[in-house]
Write a protein that binds this ligand. Structure first.
Ligand code: IPE
Ligand code: MG
Length: 218
């Protein structure tokens, strides 16, 4: 979900206004995902690198997560979304962690769409955390294969990523789901996240559907 800052800047607004505008597009997009038959949607909300932003912006983002949890979770719950979070929880403010747990508990029985929110998430951290847990579990190195490794990721049930949408024109992966994107198709758009519309989401999925995926084959 990139481009909130630039969206705000182009309107002479503070960056926080861009983040707020970014939140407001979430519900229509999640609804559209459901209509399109998308079973799993992962949103990259805050990376392990985002702590490097000025503390005022980090605080704004944390407050916004709390507000968003309060305002959107009941609504998403009614629409049948199951919410889960990916990332290192231990460094997040206590209140944010509580809100995450509440959202997960409230929505755990839902089945229309799985919505994962990557919060304090880093692809490398996820791989390091998986390796640490495998070693702690005393796994036999020769018994570790790709399936074993995948079972140690934050959410082993998440299927491989089919389509990765990158807004605001950036041509990089930015430490997102490094394991899971091995064969992901990319859709890069200049559109800034707050302007990313259900129509464009549909176009992205249509573009994905028209591609032939060979996964190294012919
Ligand atoms: C949102 O966009 C990403 C978050 C960390 C919430 P940015 O804040 O990165 O926006 P730009 O890149 O400055 O436009
Ligand atoms: Mg950015």
């Amino acid at each position: 979900m990139d481009g909130n800052g630039r969206w705000a800047k182009s309107r002479w607004l503070p960056r926080a206004a861009g983040h707020r505008a970014g939140v407001s597009v979430l519900t229509p997009l999640i609804e559209t995902a459901g209509e399109l038959g998308v079973r799993t949607l992962t949103l990259y909300a805050f990376s392990t690198e985002n702590w490097a932003r000025p503390s005022t912006e980090v605080e704004t983002l944390m407050t916004l997560f709390l507000e968003t949890a309060r305002s959107k979770v009941p609504e998403l719950n009614e629409r049948g979304a199951r919410l889960r979070f990916l990332g290192r929880r231990e460094h997040l403010p206590h209140r944010v962690r509580e809100a995450m747990e509440e959202a997960e508990n409230l929505t755990s029985g839902n089945g229309v769409i799985d919505v994962y929110v990557a919060l304090n998430y880093g692809g490398r951290s996820e791989l390091v955390d998986a390796a640490r847990r495998m070693i702690r579990d005393g796994l036999d190195p020769d018994a570790v294969n790709e399936a074993t490794f995948a079972s140690y990721l934050y959410a082993p049930e998440v299927p491989e990523i089919d389509l990765l949408i990158r807004t605001s024109g950036e041509l990089r992966v930015s430490n997102f789901l490094l394991w899971q994107i091995a064969y992901a198709e990319f859709y890069v758009t200049e559109t800034l996240w707050p302007d990313f519309s259900p129509e464009e989401f549909r176009r992205a999925v249509a573009s994905f559907a028209a591609r032939s995926r060979r996964r190294g084959g012919v």
